[in-house]
Ligand binder design. Sequence first.
Ligand SMILES: Nc1ncnc2c1ncn2[C@@H]1O[C@H](COP(=O)(O)OP(=O)(O)OP(=O)(O)O)[C@@H](O)[C@H]1O
Length: 688
Amino acid sequence: MTGTVRPADRDEEPDGPEHVPQAVTQQGSRAVPVKGKAAEDGNRRHRPEVLVRPGAPPRPATAGAAATAGAAKEAGSGGPAGPAEPADPADAFDRDVLPAPPHAARSLLASLLRPRRGKVAVAALVLLLQQAAVQAGPLLVAFAIDRAVPALRAGDSGPLVAVGAAYLGCALASGRLQFAFVVAAARINQRVLMELRGRIYRHAQALDVDFHDRYTSGRLISRSTTDVEALRELLDEGLQELMAIVLSVFYILGMLLWLDVGLGTAAVASFVPLALLVHDFRRRSVRVYRSKSTAMASVIVKFAETVNGIRPVQSFRRERANDESFARLNGVHERANGDALLEMARYVVLSRFTANAALAAMVLWGAHRVASGELGLGVLAASALYLRRLYDPIDRLGMFLNSWQSAAASLEKIAGLLAQRPAVPEPAAPRELPARAGGKGREVVFDRVDFGYRTGGEVLPAFGLTLSAGQTVAVVGATGAGKSTLVKLLARFYDPTGGRVLLDGVDLRDVEPGALRSNVVMVTQEAFLFSGTVAENIAIGRPDATREEIEAAAKALGAHDFIDSLPDGYDTDVRKRGGRISAGQRQLVAFARALLADPAVLILDEATSSLDVPGERAVQQAMLTVLRGRTAVVVAHRLSTVLVADRVLVMEEGRIVEDGPPAQLIAGKGRFAGLHEAWRESLVRGVQ
Ligand SMILES: Nc1ncnc2c1ncn2[C@@H]1O[C@H](COP(=O)(O)OP(=O)(O)OP(=O)(O)O)[C@@H](O)[C@H]1O
């Protein structure tokens, strides 16, 4: 059997919401029940029969397991304060940038702007006109000096008045057009950002559980906040700036060439060293901005990890260690930021020096030509003004490149995320499930199924299993035996590596996702409640349920009284007053949700946490109600649950080693019989 189970330390694994403290650990191969919380309460006869095998020896970790463990630690599920540094750089998930097609950042931006190209063209036209109004200024100055002033001296004030009026007109037009452009650009930008956030959200929801286990929620948050923010900066400031710079440079060079070919040509030539500077800055800043963005994401990941795991952080006193690793990550971010600023400063100083040197040389040359009567004074004045305006945007070009690098690094990461394909794809040609026989559930068949996680070896070696419709099946076994993996295949959180899982004869891969989710429901241990009211939480599986139906479900499970006693009854907001809802009550709400959804197959990952005795009994009773009338698979941690099952599967190292009705297995001499014996002994000890 060795080699069939991935030898990884389970505690290090990212297991999302299902990952909870283990109630079943291993001591040799024998199960020994130990005292639950209820026993400490002194109510021994009724204490919950939680099966615990103390002292599980940690299994050796393989290289693959270590890589996963690193990712898990980043996910915040690998322990209260695992370091956020990547464990194995060979795994793309340990780096912040997932592989994406070449030029993914540019294509992503283009795909966001393409549907709005008409609006973008209008905005560009408005900017073109605005620049024409702005750049007319120096030309008017030249006209004033060379024509209007001599005309005034000759007693004709008309040209000067015309110049003044034209200047005012240009200023007004430029202001008006600027306003129109800002409004148009803001509308486009907001739409683009909304679309991008929506894409990230929809994609994150569509990606499989395995992806989420490995990618971590902190990174997803970073993608949809700081990375989207980087794009906002690029769109709001950078792109407008770039368009303004490009247009103004073309206008100005055109004007300079028109005013004086010599000065115009010199101005064009001065762009050679400036272009080299820009090129060098771009090359250097790509690297700097990528590390800056990765450093920022690490800070967010660490933060999210600590906040998500605040309970273990505090109970294991990880604050100091966390502070240290956070300070380290914060330091890396600070240095990356500093590097980016230094690159910018270097660029600004060099580009200003080059621009000022070029300006000084040209003015000197121009003055020399004015003195020799070759050039009009007004033309030199206008050229000097244009030259200033020409070099001014060079700094702003640096700013644009800054925001472009930052946005490109972010877009690359977002593109990498969006390039991920769900490992459990939707069927191309969905198949209908046959009509469900009333009050029975559906038949489940594991047809020559085998399975291994992407990050490890085989976890479930090939097996076949048929669960008849309406059967309640308890799955038991030591921690890491593969119980959760088995049921996750049934819920289609993963697809089997080989073989098929059939629901009433239809491969789960072919079942339409909506039908699959309404037919197969999994209730996990921690009974997650979404923000909203208790009633909304119960109705999640059937949003069209009436209040009567919601209450009927709650009543059937014995949850009505406690819900009714909440401050706003069924309308109590579970987040605002979440503290009032105990673990057992959350379980009852989760059961009511399942009962109302009325799935054909119910998977239950039984809670291992010790509830108080009345809570324990209420949950146990509610569980029996919710299991009725459907096929049910319970990952069981209590023998009382196992005993009410029609059938028990005992798993060991990924294999089903015993299968039969509980009474039959108890009568035999197998593992389950041993387990049962140990449980009985503990009960007797508990009563004494
Ligand atoms: N997301 C994952 N990626 C890689 N390996 C995993 C993953 N989840 C579980 N495993 C491995 O698969 C094996 C079976 O795990 P599984 O969670 O199915 O066990 P289990 O019997 O449900 O244990 P427990 O009772 O502790 O929940 C273990 O060796 C575990 O390390």
